[in-house]
Design a protein around this ligand. Structure first.
Ligand SMILES: Cc1ncc(COP(=O)(O)O)c(C=O)c1O
Length: 415
């Protein structure tokens, strides 16, 4: 039996990743082997040319938190971030007692240079530029604004590893950048993150901080290693059951409830709080998983682009708003916009297809937007778009036939 079309739920995991995770589960001696992390760092940095050094940590949010503290961000400083983002981004700012300054988005779901230039001021000490869905932000204008005011740019490449802008790799345009190896990202080791840095002084500062971090505990490592393994067992039965209660959903709920599997975002984070496990070193076991995925990056991204081309072609006159075509985009998910996104999303779900809902609100997931200091009305375009974006799957094992099924499904849900 095959996995159903599901945008989430370990979408990058292939058979060799599952076998590797099983082997690692039974080799605790490798869990905290730093050599494996060094190997990953060297190969990762090499993809960006010889000017860069890479530093691994246990998540993208840990990477961002370390970068912000190394840049000296402290109480009452402002850090510009875009609306339509993951709670991990404003939280990293808030955990340092600084203030997220929300900038509206343009129609590519990326930071609007116009709103940026209107909102930044004396207190703005850094700008985080997110390349949403693997599509580059408008870097020329953003860099111009930042350079004029001497504000450092942190590129958030959590969704954009391998993407390009002006033929340059994303992550090499700003002052420093970070990547995520989270379960729904471009490549996955369940949890994991990487800092990419070319400034030697800043690198040495970050290296010192990172080397003094602890590793997450063995229970945490076991929990993550089980993720690809258990999901590969559950997924083929995900939609089997009666009505809304299916075997897969029930199993996933129970495994998460009893702490056998983790969630991508902890409940404390939805309230703005920091779980103890961030920041921490990247365990060797996850470095091995991430390196195995890194070797597949080019194939993964080529596939994503091919699937995106199918959506571009087949949804041309469907009444759904498509994104702009762009050669450098890697389309970790393919975002389309429709007024009735929620109905379409639910219609697909009833037919056993799980589409994505990034970003159903200005910041996700949070209990309440005030927790992350977002003031209603401050980013009107983002608020207008939130809840109207449907993410179509592009993940590595999605076949072209399945992409065509998604197209048909969308068309039937529209009628
Ligand atoms: C845009 C963006 N930035 C940063 C992060 C944080 O990455 P991680 O989940 O590895 O902590 C995420 C994760 O969800 C994200 O979507």
């Amino acid at each position: 039996m095959k996995r159903p079309i599901a945008i989430s739920l370990s979408p990058n995991t292939e058979k060799d990743d599952v076998i590797l995770a099983i082997k690692l589960f039974f080799s605790p001696i490798r869990w905290f082997n730093f050599r494996e992390t060094e190997k990953l760092e060297i190969e990762f940095a090499a993809r960006f040319g010889n000017k860069y050094q890479a530093l691994a940590v246990n998540s993208g949010r840990s990477a961002l938190y370390l970068i912000l503290s190394a840049l000296g961000i402290k109480d009452f400083d402002e850090v510009a971030i875009q609306a339509l983002t993951c709670v991990a981004v404003p939280n990293s700012v808030l955990w340092l007692k600084a203030k997220p300054l929300y900038i509206d988005v343009d129609d590519t779901f990326n930071l609007s240079p116009k709103d940026l230039s209107e909102k930044i001021g004396e207190k703005t000490k850094a700008i985080i530029v997110q390349h949403t869905f693997g599509v580059a932000a408008e870097m020329h204008s953003i860099l111009k604004i930042a350079r004029k005011r001497k504000i450092p740019i942190i590129e958030d490449c959590a969704l954009a590893l391998g993407g390009k802008y002006d033929n340059k790799l994303l992550g090499t345009l700003g002052d420093i950048s970070f990547f995520s190896f989270g379960r729904d990202k471009v490549i996955s080791s369940v949890f994991g993150g990487m800092i990419l840095c070319k400034d030697q002084k800043l690198y040495e500062k970050l290296l010192d901080v990172r080397d003094n971090l602890d590793y997450p505990g063995p229970r945490w490592v076991m929990q993550q290693l089980l993720h690809p393994v258990l999901l590969s067992l559950i997924l083929p039965f995900y939609n089997i059951g009666l009505g809304k209660v299916t075997f897969g959903k029930l199993m996933l709920f129970l495994l998460q409830k009893f702490g056998i599997l983790s969630k991508a975002v902890y409940w404390e984070e939805e309230l703005g709080q920091k779980p103890k496990v961030f920041p921490a070193k990247l365990p060797g076991a996850f470095s091995i998983l991430a390196l195995n995925q890194l070797h597949k990056l080019d194939r993964f991204n080529l596939h994503r682009k091919e699937i995106a081309n199918i959506y571009f072609q087949k949804l041309k006159s469907s009444g759904i708003k498509l994104p702009n075509k762009n050669k450098g985009s890697i389309w970790v998910r393919f975002p389309v916009v429709h007024e009735n996104a929620k109905n379409i999303f639910n219609c697909a779900k009833r037919k056993g297809v799980l589409l994505g809902d990034w970003y159903k609100d200005v910041v996700v997931p949070v209990k309440n937007l005030s927790v992350v200091n977002y003031e209603r009305g401050s980013c009107p375009n983002a608020q207008m778009l939130a809840g109207k974006i449907i993410n179509l799957p592009t993940y590595p094992s999605l076949s072209k036939r399945q992409a065509l099924e998604v197209v048909q499904l969308l068309k039937s849900c529209l009628n």
